[in-house]
Write a protein of this length. Structure first.
Length: 181
């Protein structure tokens, strides 16, 4: 089993055990197939790393996991990835970055976490497999997580702090819902 799949299953297991309402709303059956992933890759012009493909197949690929990522952000499904990618690339095309080594958005960055407005989130660099972050008006940060599996593992570690009642925690569960503080 791929590391991203293993880490995602751990995350999903925590949700099912501790935040069942959130789990029920985001952990549905797979809605997309390998052909859907390939079609998205073709439209974006980016080959997805094996780890990303494995996670998309494991998680359902087509759906957004609302509020599951820290900061009440979403892990993105294919449709949201494509929409966020297009939005970021449009900004880069309309107002190109002064330094091509440090662009606002790079064509090889695949958004994997975002807020509702696509202003803040995380991207997977398809060249390295590392996770970086983006913010509205901020320069991107690189190597925030070593991999997609690392992002999921770090998220689960925060979730485990919540269930252990650690003080201070990053969030809480309210009426079966995960709420990040």
């Amino acid at each position: 089993m791929d590391e991203a799949q293993r880490a995602w299953r751990r995350l999903a297991g925590w949700l099912e055990a501790h935040a069942p309402v959130t789990a029920a709303s985001v952990l549905g059956p797979a809605a997309a197939a390998a052909a859907d992933i390939s079609a998205t890759e073709d439209r974006l012009g980016v080959a997805f790393p094996a780890e990303l493909r494995a996670w998309l197949l494991e998680s359902g690929a087509g759906e957004v996991t609302e509020g599951v990522a820290p900061g009440n952000r979403d892990f993105l499904g294919l449709v949201a990835m494509e929409r966020t990618y297009a939005f970021k690339m449009e900004i880069e095309r309309d107002d190109p970055s002064d330094d091509p080594e440090f662009p606002f958005w790079h064509e090889q960055w695949i958004p994997v976490v975002s807020d509702e407005d696509s202003c803040y989130g995380k991207f997977l660099d398809a060249r390295s497999g590392r996770i970086g972050s983006f913010g509205d008006g901020d320069a991107p940060s690189f190597e925030v997580h070593a991999s997609l599996a690392g992002l999921f593992d770090d998220t689960v570690a925060l979730m485990e702090q919540i269930s252990a009642g650690a003080s201070p925690t990053a969030g809480h569960v309210e009426d079966g819902r995960l709420v990040w503080d």
